[in-house]
Design a protein around this ligand. Structure first.
Ligand code: TXA
Ligand code: MG
Length: 314
């Protein structure tokens, strides 16, 4: 396998052509999306995909999301979904039956017969997809099990020297990963994310088959995940003296997810806030309402708070 450069190039948002050039060479490049930064590679190139797994330290059984420029491209790789494609471009990932002639590296789908597909909305990611003119597999651009990056600096903190380049597109607007729905049968939620399930159910016209409290189906959704180094205590109104407090709404803290109690702002600041307190041994978090984006925020907080002796998968 061609070796990876020691120095990671930092590109401006105008660097789409340079990024596409590196990707065509089989290199791996971190790119901004509206959710979190992704670590992209040519989804058809097994060596490039292997570099992504190696750079992240990601277990081979955890498949990657394939990003496409246009909803019309989906039919080349998968059976198109019967619903929800109207939410693309956007922070939605659909699991679909993989076409046997899709031409994707088998490692992208971890050898499975389904593929997770997303058509992202971020202008820089779209510019790279258009310049590259092919499918880009991209997990979040963080070492496996750690907090997802929402800025180029976060990416470099975890992966500098392990990836060819990062495009700095500024902070990600949503700040939390895409919602994942399995569309192979009755639509079923696999991961809470940046599109609230209320919105998805309104588009479907009926409830999703099952919320995330069912059996784990997305292999990356093991319990411990998105973890800061210290321990996390949730639904705290009064912190212990030795805890770093993260506030929300009227409950103040050393830092706050949103002083005004705005869930979109809280999602956008969640990972940055957890990173800012990464060197603190004990962190407490104010209650977040279990509605709309609050569901995805609570999902990430529960995983960040989970015991660390479990295998974390990405
Ligand atoms: O917002 C996002 O989705 C970001 C940006 C970069 O697009 N990507 C992201 O990728 O969060 P990653 O690899 O960190 O999380 C993808 C999740 C994992 O839990 C993985 O197991 C699941 O998607 N997944 C991928 N392919 C799947 C498949 N065929 N069936 C079920 N789950 C799948
Ligand atoms: Mg991830």
């Amino acid at each position: 396998m061609q070796s990876q450069p020691d120095v990671t190039e930092r590109l401006t948002p105008q660097g789409a052509e340079r990024a596409a050039h590196l990707l065509r060479q089989g290199q791996i490049v971190a790119l901004p999306t509206e959710t979190v930064y992704g670590l992209a590679c040519d989804a058809r190139n097994p060596e490039a995909v292997a570099r992504v797994y190696a750079a992240k330290g990601r277990p081979a059984h955890n498949p990657l999301i394939v990003h496409l420029a246009d909803p019309e491209d989906v039919a080349r790789y998968a059976t198109p979904p019967k619903a929800l494609a109207d939410l693309w471009p956007g922070p939605l990932t659909l699991v679909l039956p993989l076409r046997p002639d899709a031409g994707l590296a088998p490692s992208v789908t971890a050898g499975g017969a389904s593929v997770a597909i997303r058509v992202p909305a971020h202008p820089v990611m779209r510019a790279v997809l258009q310049a590259f003119d092919g499918p880009l597999a991209a997990p979040s651009a963080n070492p496996s099990g750690r907090i997802s990056p929402t800025t180029a600096d976060h990416v470099l903190d975890g992966l500098s020297g392990r990836i060819a380049a990062v495009i700095d597109g500024g902070p990600c607007a949503a700040g939390i990963e895409s919602t994942i729905v399995d569309m192979r049968d009755t639509p079923r939620l696999l991961r809470q994310g940046a599109i609230p399930i209320e919105v998805i159910e309104a588009h479907l016209g009926h409830p999703l088959a099952e919320a995330c409290d069912g059996p784990i189906v997305a292999p990356g959704q093991l319990t411990s995940h998105y973890a800061p180094k210290g321990s996390l205590r949730l639904n705290v109104t009064t912190p212990d003296p030795n805890e770093a407090m993260i506030g929300f709404g009227p409950i103040a803290g050393e830092l706050t997810l949103s002083a005004s109690g705005d869930l979109a702002e809280a999602a956008a600041t969640l990972y940055k806030t957890l990173r800012a307190l990464d060197d603190r041994p004990r962190i407490a978090v104010a209650p977040i309402p279990e509605t709309g984006l609050g569901r995805a925020i609570n999902d990430r907080l529960r995983r960040a708070a989970a015991p660390r002796d479990m295998p974390s998968s990405e």
